[in-house]
Every structure is written in C-alpha cells, then in structure tokens.
Design a protein around this ligand. Structure first.
Ligand code: PLP
Length: 390
C-alpha cells in the first residue's frame, strides 16, 4: 500500500503518458480524454509548443523569489489584463488560493470603507475550494462537514436569483462583495443567466460592492469566450483563475480592476511559489496557443456539435433529463445517481466524470478534433443507454 493520505476515492488505473486527447495506461490501453484533468489540460497532452517553451525555461530558471522582478510574470499579467480588460494580477498556485486572495481583498476593501465585519454573498451549490475560507464559501455541506467552526462572513443565496440578492442588499449593510461562478462546475453545470450577471453588475455599482467571479473552471477559453462572464458583456471587479491557465502546470491568479484595484499594498498578501517563471511561461504559452489556433471558437463549435449529438441520441430515452453547458463545459443530467458510469466509461476507454451525483460532466481539452468529438458522443451514448436500461 502506498503511503498517500486517504483523501481520494481513486480509480484503479495509472497513466504513463498522453498525446493530444489520448492517454495511455500501464498496460498500453488507450483512452479518449473528455475530462482534461478536470478542465486543466487546456492544450491536451504533450503539446509541442508547451513542451518546447517549458523545456527551455526549465533549463534557464524555474524559481525566483517575489522579492525580485519576474519578467515572465510581468508578461503573463499583461496578457491577462489585455484579454480580461482588468488592471492587476496576483499570481498564486491553485484555485482555492486565488479565491483566498479574492476573499481577503474583499475584506480589506470593506475595512477601507469603514465596514468592520465585511460580508460576502455566495451561492448555493457553489464550489470555491478546500481551504477553510473557501470551503466556508462553498455551498455544499459535504465539503464543510467535520471542519466546523467555519469561517464567518458569508451570506448564502440561491444561484442565479436576483431577488434573493436584492433582499440581502435591503437588510445587510455589511455586504462588500458577491462571489459566484458564471457557470457552476462542481455544482452540476448550472449557467447564470446573462441578465442576472448584467443586473447584478448594476446592483454592485449602486451598492459599491465588488462583483467577483470565480472562473477557475469556466475560464480560459472553455466556453467560447476568454472568460464566461464576457458573454454578458460585463467586466467584473475581481476574477479568479487556475485550472486551465497553465495547461497542467500549477498556477492560479486573482485579477482586480476598478474599485478593487490598489486595495492590496506590499505586505498584505503573498505566495512563495506564486508567479514563478516556469508557471508563468506555461500560462503565457497556453494563452498564446489558444489565440493563435483559434481555440475559443473551437470550443464553441465543437461544444455545439457534442451537445447536439448527445441530445439527438438521448432524447426520449427514459431516465435522461437534459444536456446543458456552454462550449466545452458540458453536463448530461440523468434522473438518478450515476457515479457508476465513470467506471463503465473507463473500462470502455473513455475518461469522464460525474458531479452533483446525477450529472455526467465533460471538460475535454480545447484541442479536441471534430472526429474525436464525434467519437466521444459515439462512445458515451451507448454507455448512458445501457446504464439507464439496467
Ligand atoms: C476546482 C475549483 C476550485 C478550486 O481549485 P483548486 O486548484 O483545487 O484549489 C475553485 N473554484 C472552482 C470554480 C473550481 O472549479
């Protein structure tokens, strides 16, 4: 038995390597990767441009402290600022760290306004991470159970529900920010309406609240825009990123603009590894390849093809509820818990995931081809039909 702490229910497979959207296990069996390490491997596996850029950087400089200038971090921040139309970037190493930075920023912003007990509005079924503050912000009792006392200062409302937010606005003078995922990932692929985002933007402006989006899963081109909130034509005050940003190299980021810019001063926040040259080269190269190869547009067209294919083949099947999503962030909801499908798919050579118990989740690399997309549908449909018929 390996000495790993028992924190995951792991599937009995170990991969040795990957190529594009394929992965290979120790027996040489090949799998179609429709999960991308949960929205991480944006460019698939072994992407030649990423491998080249990283190899060169490994031989040059991997880590340098943030007590010095880091030109790769400066370049990555410029690129992120340009595509988000935001002003400042703090680099860290993961999604929960990016959200920790956002939560700290919102609290400090509140204190600067004279609010001593700042509160942040968060959503039901949200997922923001596993650190104490982010699991307290998460809207899932299973994530929180056993870790009480939770971090206070969060007010929870139903997702995508403007009236609920108006009610909190009317009675709670301590609110300083709203934090939500434009598309909830772990919660089961739930999409916030564009009107909700636009009207929430107005409420935040009226109330001087920070509009904070967690795009750790839905960001980085996956929904056919650089960031999912951009479909609503708004700019947030704070945005958090991680997962797909480095195509597999750990990196997270907390972006700020408008009244959220300039809140942190030297000494308020930091990270030893955050913004190191290796991770920033990974992020820069990921963003460059997405742009050069038109991968946001790919996400749109391929996502439509996959959802259309699934809908055509599954509609009318007893137990199938619906297909939803945007771009290459796709959920297939069934009427019953379907975690077993993950194992069945694995046996068939397909990597998928199930979240919120009843939702098959697909998060393929953005480099997936049309043929691989069709193959994904052709593999998944019979698996779901057999599962529902059993
Ligand atoms: C995965 C995820 C996180 C947490 O990211 P980690 O890198 O695991 O800390 C936070 N928010 C969302 C929306 C996520 O999907």
């Amino acid at each position: 038995m390996p000495h790993l702490m028992n924190t995951y229910g792991r599937l009995p497979v170990a991969f040795t390597h990957g190529q594009g959207c394929r992965m290979f296990d120790e027996q040489g069996k090949s799998y179609l990767d429709a999960l991308a390490g949960i929205a991480v491997n944006t460019l698939g596996h072994n992407h030649p441009r990423l491998v080249k850029a990283l190899s060169e950087q490994v031989g040059r400089l991997m880590h340098v402290s943030n007590v010095y200038r880091i030109t790769q971090a400066e370049a990555a921040s410029d690129r992120l600022a340009a595509i988000s139309r935001m002003d400042e970037v703090f680099f860290c190493n993961s999604g929960c760290e990016a959200n920790e930075a956002a939560i700290k920023l919102a609290r400090m912003y509140g204190h600067q306004q004279g609010i001593e007990q700042p509160a942040i509005i968060v959503m039901e079924q949200a997922f923001h991470g596993r650190t104490l503050a982010t699991l307290s912000a998460t809207g899932n009792r299973k994530v929180q159970a056993g870790f009480e006392p939770l971090v206070s200062g969060f007010v929870r409302v139903p997702f995508d529900d403007l009236a609920a937010i108006e009610q909190v606005a009317a009675r709670n003078p301590n609110v300083v920010a709203v934090l939500f995922e434009p598309i909830q990932g772990e919660g089961g692929i739930h999409i916030a309406h564009q009107d909700f985002m636009r009207e929430l933007r107005q409420i935040c402006d009226r109330k001087n609240w920070l509009f904070m989006v967690d795009e750790v899963q839905c960001g980085i081109g996956r929904t056919g825009a650089w960031f999912a909130h951009q479909h609503a034509g708004i700019v947030p005050d704070v945005m958090t990123l991680a997962k797909g940003l480095g195509s597999g190299v750990p990196i997270g980021a907390c972006l700020a603009t408008g009244r959220a810019a300039g809140v942190f001063k030297p000494g308020n926040h930091g990270s030893t590894f955050g913004g190191n040259p290796l991770a920033c080269v990974a992020a820069l190269t990921t963003l460059e390849v997405i742009e050069a190869d038109g991968l946001t547009a790919r996400a749109t067209t391929l996502g439509e093809a996959i959802r259309g294919g699934l809908r055509a083949d599954l509609s009318g099947v007893a137990g199938f509820v619906e297909v939803r999503g945007d771009g290459l962030m796709i959920g297939v909801e069934l009427d019953r818990p379907c975690g077993d499908l993950v194992k069945r798919a694995l046996a068939a050579g397909l990597l998928i995931n199930v979240t919120a118990e009843k939702v098959v989740r697909l998060l393929p690399p953005l480099v997936m081809s049309d043929a691989e997309g069709a193959e994904l549908v052709a593999m998944l449909v019979p698996l779901i039909k057999e599962f529902l018929a059993a």
